[in-house]
Design a protein around this ligand. Structure first.
Ligand SMILES: Nc1ncnc2c1ncn2[C@@H]1O[C@H](COP(=O)(O)OP(=O)(O)OP(=O)(O)O)[C@@H](O)[C@H]1O
Length: 297
């Protein structure tokens, strides 16, 4: 069954289409990575799914229901990001206590253990926490709520490497014990690649590709060789990335299915492209990346 179904979702802010005709179906009880560059529309998309924003047009269904202004959806969905508005007048412990009364599946024991493990003090105020501590606290809320739909929007902002690694480990352990639908957004796939099953790539507000991590690993190949041979070889096919390499050579990334036989004879070598690199190339605005700035021809 699908946890989330969106069809032709568009969200316009003045003339800017933050989400643009996006359609996707996300299976329940899976961890899906939402990957896109800065400004791609990840947060806007996730806010619509969480019921915080109303789309300008299109339809969104979460567990068969429109999440906007739905009490049932908000009790079964948690949206975690670093701009969460939590009451300043409450201490972190009081926030946990009020979350316990709101979320039906709240795990008090897990919340308290994580609270202690990450050395929070009951009297600390949320708005006085450092950036990394705030993300860590928000993560405790996200995990302990055990919501059917748990959304982490760039959850590791400000966390140091050790806390990040603890977070991902805690997330995986808790998910395995209590499977639920987890959406995890990030700019980079490498951080979450080991954790997620599916990837949804967003580019310019639009769903670009939705596939399993294992399929993404097989999606592209890199071909490398003398400039002229590479140019000849890629003519007429989709090129996701291309760069010059010394001396007078080029590297291009194409779809694996577009690779024709006979490349060795043409003096080309072929190499795999990691899922992380492939996701980066697929969400890049230009095939040459930053090199385009320096290529003035
Ligand atoms: N409230 C708003 N008013 C006007 N424009 C907005 C608003 N929220 C988002 N946008 C614009 O919509 C686009 C998508 O923004 P969004 O925050 O959804 O992207 P994102 O993929 O989450 O970006 P990042 O990775 O940088 O956080 C951006 O161009 C942004 O400037």
């Amino acid at each position: 069954m699908n946890a989330v179904t969106c069809s032709h979702l568009t969200k316009t802010y003045r003339e800017k289409k933050a989400v643009n005709d996006l359609s996707v179906s996300i299976e329940e009880n899976k961890i899906t990575g939402i990957i896109g560059r800065n400004g791609a529309g990840k947060t806007t998309f996730l806010q619509i799914v969480a019921g915080f924003q109303k789309p300008t047009s299109g339809e969104v269904m979460v567990f068969g229901e429109n999440p906007f202004n739905s009490l049932n959806a908000s009790a079964n969905t948690i949206f975690i990001n670093d701009t969460m508005n939590l009451p300043n007048s409450l201490t972190v412990y009081e926030i946990l206590e009020s979350a316990a009364s709101f979320y039906p599946n709240w795990d008090k024991e897990l919340a308290e253990r994580l609270f202690e493990y990450f050395s929070f003090q009951r009297s600390q105020r949320h708005d006085r926490l450092s950036k990394g501590m705030r993300s860590t606290f928000n993560m405790i809320l996200g995990l302990s709520s055990r919501c059917q739909l748990t959304i982490f929007d760039e959850p590791t902002t400000g966390m140091d490497a050790a806390v990040r690694s603890d977070f991902y480990r805690a997330l995986l352990k808790d998910y395995l014990a209590h499977p639920r639908t987890l959406l995890l957004s990030s700019h980079h796939l490498n951080e979450i690649e080991e954790l997620i099953e599916d990837v949804f790539l967003i580019k310019d507000g639009t769903g670009h590709l939705h596939l399993s991590v294992s399929d993404l690993k097989e999606y592209g190949v890199g071909i490398q060789g003398p400039d002229e041979q590479v140019e000849e070889w890629i003519e007429g096919i989709d090129v996701f990335h291309k760069r010059d390499i010394p001396v007078n050579k080029s590297y291009a990334v194409i779809k694996r299915e577009d690779l024709r036989s006979g490349y060795e004879k043409a003096g080309l070598t072929v190499s795999p492209v990691s899922a992380t690199d492939m996701s980066m190339y697929l969400t890049e605005k230009r095939t040459g990346g930053i090199d385009d700035v320096f290529n003035r021809s």
